[in-house]
Design a binder for this molecule. Sequence first.
Ligand code: DX5
Ligand code: ZN
Length: 227
Amino acid sequence: MAQINPSILSADFARLAEEAEAVRGADWLHVDVMDNHFVPNLTLGVPVVESLARATDTPLDLHLMIEDPDRWAPQYVEAGAGSVTFHVEAAAAPVRLAREIRSKGARASMALKPGTPIEPYEDLLPELDMVLIMTVEPGFGGQAFLDIMLPKIRRTRELIAKYDLDLWLQVDGGVAASTIERCAEAGADVFVAGSAVYGAEDPAEAVRALRAQAERATSGASWACRH
Ligand code: DX5
Ligand code: ZN
């Protein structure tokens, strides 16, 4: 089942509760936390996440593009996140961090920048609930999808099958009607979309259309037939 997570990076930050409501029916709300160090952009932190968690029923999918996630990620679980993704490039002790996120009651997820391969982290996969393959350089919405990431998505899906893991595979960056099918065919099952959802006239309808497209592409994909 394909999941669509609209990214509020493309929403109006002064009207977050309404913007969450505008994508009612989405599986998760994707919240991009940037610290101006790990990426050259700054967004929001724990207090905004706490308020947003109170303002919406849609579960929050936190994407931490920050230095020292070992220190900060647990606070986002306490703030109300249902899923917390840290960048493995920034984590000092990814296994310990994933265990801490899970022990506090959220799903634990690891993100890879475009230049980071999955293979060195193969042994970590059983500790995780999701892997995020970035399909743009993290930091900004509205960038062009990097086709060159498709083989990494495929290889990650093969590892999930090899170990028979119950692990979601998320893609983030440039996901839109023109790219989502390629992502789904390669093995992604959770799709973040910022500009493609909030740039649409009817964001809730854009979510439904993207999900239908991903579902169709997934049902024809070889990796989905194995399960
Ligand atoms: C970028 C963020 C993405 C961003 C995606 O670093 O992680 O979540 O919002 O935006 P689009 O879908 O417009 O590429
Ligand atoms: Zn993101």
